[in-house]
Design a protein around this ligand. Structure first.
Ligand SMILES: *[C@@H]1O[C@H](CO)[C@@H](O)[C@H](O)[C@H]1NC(C)=O
Length: 154
């Protein structure tokens, strides 16, 4: 029990400290639903992993796309695709979708940005299921982003 308590606290801190990334992107702050979800011992490990995948996806986006595309552009679309692909590979589609959805509940960004993220998240989970490896998922999300296979604004 103590082990899970420590995991829960770790996941809560992770969720909070992951916030600045999304604050830059869309005014995100951790939502009540997300904090409660991550505090559940059955979900804490997945939440912790999700944060690591967010970091990897951000790094890959910055390495593969121009800085001016990282908000709403192709780089942003790629990031959501690859983030969700990695989560689908690591923790499965169901948990990946649960985390993506609860995270979004706390977002205050414009509706068209949510619609864009939602579509690219969904595409990314499909990519993860199909490709099964992070490397192949990165390639497929990158190709989609470059060739109009993901949703972008502006
Ligand atoms: C897309 O997935 C990411 C990662 O879980 C999440 O932060 C974001 O809120 C999701 N967006 C939507 C619209 O579901």
């Amino acid at each position: 029990m103590q082990f899970y308590t420590i995991l829960s606290i770790t996941a809560l801190l992770s969720a909070v400290s992951a916030a600045p990334l999304e604050v830059r992107q869309s005014g995100y702050l951790p939502s009540g639903p997300e904090l409660r979800y991550c505090a559940n011992p059955f979900n804490t490990v997945a939440c912790y992993k999700a944060r690591g995948h967010a970091n990897e996806a951000s790094k890959a986006a910055a390495a593969n796309f121009p800085a001016n595309t990282l908000h709403n552009g192709k780089g942003d679309a790629f990031r959501h695709c690859y983030w969700n692909a990695r989560m689908a590979i690591d923790i499965g589609v169901t948990k990946a979708k649960e985390i993506a959805t609860r995270h979004e509940d706390g977002s205050t960004g414009p509706q068209r940005e949510k619609t864009m993220d939602l579509a690219n998240n969904e595409t990314g989970r499909g990519v993860g299921v199909r490709t099964k490896t992070y490397g192949n998922a990165l390639n497929e999300c990158r190709n989609k982003a470059r060739n109009g296979g993901l949703v972008v604004i502006g």
